[in-house]
Ligand binder design. Sequence first.
Ligand code: FAD
Ligand code: NAD
Length: 468
Amino acid sequence: MKTYDVAVIGSGPGGYVAAIRCAQLGMKTAIIEKYSTMGGTCLNVGCIPSKALLDSSHHYEDTLNHLEEHGIEVPKGVKLNIKKMMERKGSVVEQTTKGIEFLMGKNKVDTYQGLGSFEDQTHLKITPEKGDAQIIEAKKIIIATGSKPSSLPFIKIDKKSIITSTELLSLNKVPEHLLVIGGGVIGLELGQVYKRLGAQVTVIEYMDRIIPTMDADQSKELRKVLKKQGVEFALSHKVKSVEKKGKEVIVKADDKKGKEIEFKGDYCLVSVGRRPYTEGLNLDKVGVNVTERGQIEVNDKLQTNIENIYAIGDVIKGAMLAHKASEEGVFVAEVMAGQKPHINYNLIPGVVYTWPEVASVGKTEAQLKEEKIEFKTGKFPMRALGRSRASGDIDGFVKILADKKTDEILGAHMVGARAADMIAELVVAMEYRASAEDIAIISHAHPTYTEAIKEAALDATEGRPIHV
Ligand code: FAD
Ligand code: NAD
């Protein structure tokens, strides 16, 4: 029987990063993945394929609708080849997952394909798709088994026309009318993909705004832009049934007055969140505690109630984000090595990769009000920037929230071209507890979208942006 210092169950951005860091710190490490490819949800059916399709569909939409304004005449009859678009996405995924295999080899991490389950506190059984099961021993075990799409109790996901993000990422045709239940990150990113490719898209959302966990101004701006692009919204609608009738999917929901509204489409994406995934782990055998919501319970060292067993990523509490899972992967390896690492959970940025992009870090206005923290607001519209007019990306804004007395930046929220990359400046600023004035007096290259950050900071600190 092979023995290890550490065995990691699950090869997503939590698990594979944990394995690399453990190996770097001198631990003999194994990683177990039940699927034949490494990389977990993120690389196979999450971040990477969705971004590949967002980019491809953006090119298509630009070709159809925006190249002419740049003086590029597009011949009539531009055609979409969805098969090729999907093949490209597949190849991006393959290159990325192969990269993880390479990194495992480079770091001398032993990889096992198969379902990992607990035999006891230090022994794992690995059951591959084909062939015999085997047992390995590990002094310490990291559970990084991630999450799966969740649904509503009355919905039967048939994976054909009532589907989750996993199936929608691999369709071989463009839906005529895509009904999206849930106006969160997945619904909007993938809704925009298929809107660009020619589908009618209707988002049915329970709350009175889309991306309800982000700052309310972002919800408003993104909805405005997506509406302009043709996405339809039914907010404050409580879905109560989803049924298939012939080729149609019929969604019934009550609007805020309690009136029943019927939506008909040929596909229905269920994107109402994800749930932690622990099936098949045999947690009962070792007595690892799980919360009512199915998350593995951990302490501030990400250690479960069983001393040598740790858990990270989507399977525990907190934001279900790849970079959060990876930070925890590094953290837990360093804890095991006796170091004292730190994660600032308040500064894990959140991004929606629609175009314009939406990005946030720190507290929203609503959170600051709830916590009774006095703050001031600085805001700057993207349309006032030369860079935005040059590229034609004039939608959106940067908003900075700073402490009323100390001027420390407490939150930053933006919608705009390349907001996903721009947010990094605010993450750094906030990690070093910068004031709005610190950002306002730093030179930002001209012309860039980041000038909106400087202007919003000027507005927050002194109420005097230059360009509005
Ligand atoms: P996962 O990536 O879910 O990996 C868990 C792995 O464990 C899986 O490979 C699974 O097969 C394996 N496993 C489970 N049980 C066992 C077992 N018993 N034995 C062996 N292996 C097992 N996040 C972002 O930050 N940015 C994005 O742009 C983004 N886009 C997304 C788009 C979509 C469509 C989806 C669905 C998610 C997206 N996410 C994004 C979320 C991101 O994918 C997750 O937060 C991230 O993958 C979590 O990482 P993880 O390592 O905890 O788990
Ligand atoms: P989400 O939590 O972002 O959004 C779910 C939405 O569904 C919410 O707006 C919620 O109000 C709504 N909803 C819930 N119940 C409903 C009902 N009965 N009827 C109508 N609407 C209902 O979840 P998601 O979009 O499924 O994404 C899952 C996870 O994956 C998220 O936690 C997210 O962090 C992660 N993800 C991240 C990215 C990214 O970082 N860009 C991209 C995709 C997914």
